[in-house]
Design a protein around this ligand. Sequence first.
Ligand code: FES
Length: 90
Amino acid sequence: MIVCVCNGLKDSVCRKTAANEQCRGVGCIYRLNGARVRCGRCVPMMREIFDTSARSSHELAAVSPVLRQPDAASVVMRPASRAALDHHEA
Ligand code: FES
């Protein structure tokens, strides 16, 4: 689905960009894709994408430096892995 018609940005691309640890805000989604806000109609949707994708990705990265990869949002921790991390940090 196209999120930003003015720049032709798809939601999948925006979510992947937002999950990148270099992406620090909504404006970064545009900048990292070589785009900029024009009409602004997409900004609320872009903000929602950033809030969901970036937050989940950055929270995973905070749990373990091993997860600091560009596609960390797609990593699912199994309960055994989480328990091992908790034991290691204790
Ligand atoms: S739809 Fe994104 S700037 Fe216009």
